[in-house]
Design a protein around this ligand. Structure first.
Ligand SMILES: Cc1cc2nc3c(=O)[nH]c(=O)nc-3n(C[C@H](O)[C@H](O)[C@H](O)COP(=O)(O)O)c2cc1C
Length: 203
């Protein structure tokens, strides 16, 4: 099979992409709206982009009617967001927040999660998540046209919170976090089956 993206129907293009780029980390993004309502939604088009400064990027598509998703609207207004790590115990709650709720719905309440005031940004942190990254908007790139537009939001990480139990000897205990990843379709993966490989030392 050879697939050329040009002219592909949106859903097929999406399904091919998420079936070919995997597993993807899930950024559980919390924001504050101009109306004072908190917003929370998962985004798996998510990637670390730079280490110094620490920049992360997230790809945000459009709602079915072509309008901007609430997360993007809030980031454009508030200029900040928080990325929360999704773990196995948070999977169901994360999925609940992915519904296309009206803008005045607080997905923290929908999912029964706890918003915690962040230190440096207006957006709240998810109290139940073991890792939160407070981000200040750096730049928004736009791709595509009209209702098929996508935005790529770059945020500078100003502060990272790690629950103490996962911070041992100056390192995040990544294999203990039980992070989950997104596969194609509605499938997810666990990170319980890890293995270690040392890199070759070249002198
Ligand atoms: C695990 C998961 C990952 C998702 N990743 C993305 C993504 O990377 N980009 C995107 O636009 N939508 C993504 N979605 C869909 C959004 O979460 C969904 O459109 C949500 O309603 C957006 O909420 P908001 O309008 O409050 O921002 C994802 C959904 C799930 C369940």
């Amino acid at each position: 099979m050879k697939i050329d993206p040009a002219g592909l129907e949106r859903k097929i293009a999406h399904d091919v992409l998420v079936g070919a780029v995997l597993p993807r980390p899930i950024a559980f993004i919390s924001t504050l709206g101009e109306d004072g309502v908190y917003n929370l939604a998962p985004y798996s088009f998510f990637i670390p982009v730079s280490m110094n400064p620490i920049i992360v990027g997230v790809g945000i598509g459009r709602k079915r009617d072509g309008s901007k998703k609430d997360t993007l609207v809030n980031i454009e207004w508030g200029k900040d967001f928080v990325v929360n790590l999704v773990t196995e115990p948070l999977a169901e709650a994360m999925n609940q927040t992915a519904g296309e709720y009206p803008k005045d719905v607080d997905e923290f309440q929908v999912a029964g999660l706890t918003p915690i005031q962040a230190d440096l940004v207006k957006s709240p942190r998810v109290g139940e998540s073991p890792v939160n990254m407070e981000c200040r908007l750096h730049q928004i790139l736009s791709f595509g046209e009209s209702t098929r537009k996508n935005e790529f939001v770059l945020g500078e990480v100003l502060r990272i919170h790690v629950k103490d139990e996962y911070w041992v000897k100056g390192e995040i205990q990544s294999t203990k976090l039980r992070a989950i990843g997104r596969m194609g379709g509605d499938f997810y993966c666990r990170t319980g089956d890890v293995f270690e490989m040392k890199r070759p030392v070249v002198r």
